[in-house]
Design a binder for this molecule. Sequence first.
Ligand code: PRT
Ligand code: MG
Length: 206
Amino acid sequence: MSFQNVTVAIAKGRILEGAKTLWQQSGLLWPVDEDSRQLWFAPSPERPGMLIARARDIPTLVGMGIADLGIVGLDVLEEYPNNHVLQVADLKFAQCRVVLAGQKNQWPEGPTRIATKYQRIAQTYFTIHRHPVEMVSLSGSLELAPVIGLAPYIVDIVDTGNTLRQHQLTEIATILESSARLIANASHWRTKPELEHVRHLLQHEE
Ligand code: PRT
Ligand code: MG
């Protein structure tokens, strides 16, 4: 089967590193040269084309059919959902949790402020719990928010918990368990059998 008509969009950073390992284990040629700044690699019969983008843009690129497949964290997929995207595999790497954290292991009493870069996930969570919150949207360095008095609580990604501990923060609740997901453009998934073949190759280690 030829990969000439397949393009995969991969989130740069952690996801790209994990994807590289999986890709190589599956016997596909890895085209990305980490020392270059090239973000687009054309497909060939031997391997799919590859597009490297910001994590939050992956659902859009796949939803629009610019890429047939994408690799992105479930956290990003939940925060930036797209109706034209299907989740086709849990790739099991880049595992982490989206958590509520604060200076004490205590659920907020009454209305409170939450600093986060996951506004949608956090808002859904507090709506389900019927708890009034005010969101402060930050794009990074969330752990600073309680220290500098911006917001007493944060909703952020945790893996080992070291970063939280360094800032005297504790996990109060897990909101979402995340890992890297293989996603597909819904209509391309139905019309291009090569996509199923790529999924099969990437899941081969199970
Ligand atoms: O910067 P940009 O917006 O482009 O992307 P990004 O910073 O979100 O990318 P990147 O490469 O940092 O991570 C992308 C994805 O990796 C996330 O969307 C998650 O799905 C997944 N992932 C897995 C993580 C972590 N583990 C993780 N530990 N993303 C971020 N972290 C952060 C965490 O927030 C903390 O600040 O890493 C730090 C160390 O975590 P601890 O708990 O081990 O100390
Ligand atoms: Mg980053």
